[in-house]
Design a protein around this ligand. Sequence first.
Ligand code: ATP
Ligand code: MG
Length: 365
Amino acid sequence: MVVVINVGELILKGGNRSFFERQLEKNIRSVFSKIKLEKIGGGTYLLGTEEKENIVREKLQKVFGIANFYFVSISESGIDSIKKEFLNLIKGKKFSSFKIEARRADKNLPFDSAEVNNIAGEYIRTKSGAKVDLKNPDITLFADIFKSETYLYFEKISGAGGLPVGSSGKVLSLISSGIDSPVASWLMLKRGCDVDLIHFHSYPQTNRESIENVKALAEKLENWGFRGKLFLFPLFEIQKELFKKLKENEKKYLVLLYRYFMLKIAEEKTKEIGARALVTGDNLGQVASQTISNLTALDKVVDMSIFRPLLGFDKKESTDLAKKIGTYDISIRPADDCCSLFVPNHPETSARFEDIQKLANKVKM
Ligand code: ATP
Ligand code: MG
């Protein structure tokens, strides 16, 4: 199986480009047991593997940094060889119209792409009986013509886009077992981050479901290049303290205080693991803790950036993405959420940082 791979945005990376490319090469190699990977042009690779086409397709579609790829037949870079190889390529395929789209990567060749389109097009037309249709063909036959070899194919497969995991620095993502935070973590992987995960639970006060779910979510993210750690942190002692120390009219701050301690603990962890920002699955306005005031107050809890890649998403958009990336079915499994413990019905929606801090000071960490 021979595949041509085109990189996406990395092509824009100027002087840093070789760094991004090396990371992408490493990431591609890491999902195959035995491959040949060779760079054949600016932003283009040739991959050879014995693995089956559908497996290769599935794997490559999950490697961030790839714009598109295609399974190719190879011919010499001469018009005669190209047209004959096209005939091989379409063997057994049914179509009544087609077009040829040749692209000459090596401008020194003695013919241009229009000539290939015309000569090979005429040849395929007579051999197949199908008509040429430049506007709306049943199939398009592509030829990428390099100096000595030409790669022929009829299906361009879209890659996942983004940047190679490992090329943007490390972040620590706060993951619940809900729908949003796995998607937020995935989006950071997509932008090339190394991601570590931290989950807060109330075990043994609640059962182990959220822990098991989060482990399963991390495993799903591995399909997308996640190679980080999952940290589990028991929050129950802090929650118990808070509940004991807060007056009745202060309990509306409980969820924000849970968040306060999660952020503090996560920030501490970043020092140990070398992460440079925190990530959450907050959506603006989705629940009471996610108003502009509350998010602004929580921003002041830590001395580092909190990235919220889902901020502008509707629930449906997050849900659709969760389904696409394979986390949805795990996220909807029942699990006790540590943040629902002791929480009153009417939480504070316009908190000030100073108030949260004052209440948090009642608890020793
Ligand atoms: P999610 O679906 O990710 O749980 P949500 O819309 O239910 O998000 P909240 O439960 O209010 O919103 O949580 C907001 C964010 O706070 C989460 O996306 C996550 O980043 C973080 N968070 C909440 N609970 C936990 C937890 N138990 N452990 C780690 N992070 C958490
Ligand atoms: Mg939640």
